[in-house]
Design a protein around this ligand. Structure first.
Ligand code: SF4
Ligand SMILES: [Zn+2]
Length: 358
């Protein structure tokens, strides 16, 4: 863990310590990856401002996130999946796109209206994906309706987005904001930018007719269950109030390998959020003027958002229903005895003595 020093305990000054620990943890990984293969690709359906659409989600294998190379976020294990060496050539990236198109053709008779491209970093960072590749990808998908590309706020520039909007694509940037609370983003997530940077990125996207999808992280390390719920409630409201941010994806932390969260989890100092907390936040913010969705990865497992084991699938199903219909009534149809335990945890758990229950 972070070594105690006056700097570490000074608010906002803990990043060097966090980064040092994160670099050490990440150095333990030993797998390598093929630059001609995407990290993952799958077909699904998604709620968009134009309704529910068939989607093709692509996780491109680029050099990985620049911030992760410095140390990076406390919960993020994605950099462990990136290729060695820090960059992937144009031809290799286009090979990855071809693998994704082949997968789509094999799995479905129709092409997806919505394309979502993530890189475990920033698609709009030209060190990860150069301008030539970005333009070629925009052309490849120019006949679809909508495209979402992942990026940190720093790289959201109107010229880069115009490569997509000029193709007639509805274009969104997916920004891993994690929380609207700067203190939590800096000290619990170890992410360096401010909410003001996110607001600026929204304005920049809006200037060329693009939109923003904010990704929030429920329960980073060092927050109690109730603090995490409160942080998400206020974050969803603050994001929904920002012009051009039309969708909020609020996702519970899952414990990924080679992360600080994994270390804490292993030592008994971290529990992912309860699925009841996810439901509570979605239900209590259903009135905001934005689409709010959640995709609890690894739900029901120790490393993902979970309840007691009996009701996890039921609550997960309600969350998925809510994603598509945005109707908070879906949550009134699920109940379980473990809600009592969750109530006690949210009332009693403190960040200096947790987790209170597994
Ligand atoms: S969460 Fe995003 S910014 Fe943070 S280390 Fe992972 S890829 Fe980089
Ligand atoms: Zn239960």
């Amino acid at each position: 863990m972070s070594q105690p020093s006056p700097e570490v305990y000074e608010r906002g000054k803990g990043m060097d310590a966090h980064n040092e620990v994160m670099r050490e943890i990440r150095s333990r990984k030993d797998r390598t990856y093929d630059p001609h293969e995407p990290t993952r690709v799958w077909l699904d359906e998604d709620n968009t401002p134009d309704g529910v659409k068939q989607s093709l989600t692509i996780i491109l294998n680029t050099g990985g996130c620049r911030w992760a190379r410095a140390g990076g976020c406390t919960m993020c294990g994605y950099v462990a999946e990136s290729v060695e060496g820090g960059s992937v050539a144009h031809e290799a990236l286009m090979d990855q796109i071809q693998v994704c198109l082949d997968h789509e053709a094999e799995e479905s008779d129709e092409t997806a209206d919505l394309i979502k491209i993530y890189t475990s970093g920033s698609f709009l960072d030209e060190r990860e994906v150069g301008a030539e590749t970005r333009r070629a990808i925009a052309e490849t998908f120019g006949d679809r309706e909508r495209i979402v590309v992942e990026s940190l706020p720093d790289f959201v520039e109107r010229e880069r987005l115009e490569d997509f909007t000029s193709q007639g694509l509805e274009t969104d940037v997916a920004v891993g904001l994690e929380t609207a609370t700067d203190r939590v983003r800096h000290d619990c997530v170890n992410k360096y930018f401010d909410f003001a940077d996110f607001e600026e990125a929204c304005a920049e996207a809006g200037a060329v007719g693009a939109g923003v999808k904010a990704y929030l992280l429920m329960k980073p390390p060092f927050l109690s269950e109730s603090e995490a719920v409160e942080d998400m409630r206020s974050s969803i409201r603050r994001c929904a109030a920002v012009e051009h941010c039309h969708t909020v994806s609020m996702n519970p932390t899952n414990v990924q390998r080679y992360t600080m969260v994994d270390e804490l989890f292993f030592q008994g100092g971290y529990r992912p959020p309860w699925l009841w907390s996810v439901a509570e936040v979605l239900e209590s913010t259903a009135d905001v003027d934005a689409i709010v969705v959640s995709d609890p990865v690894g739900h029901g497992s120790d490393r993902g958002a979970h309840n007691c084991g009996d009701c996890d699938d039921l609550v997960q199903k309600a969350v998925k229903d809510f994603d598509l219909r945005q109707d908070p009534a879906v949550f009134s149809q699920v109940s379980c005895d473990c809600e009592g335990t969750w109530d006690v945890v949210t009332d009693e758990e403190t960040s200096y003595s947790m987790p209170l229950a597994r």
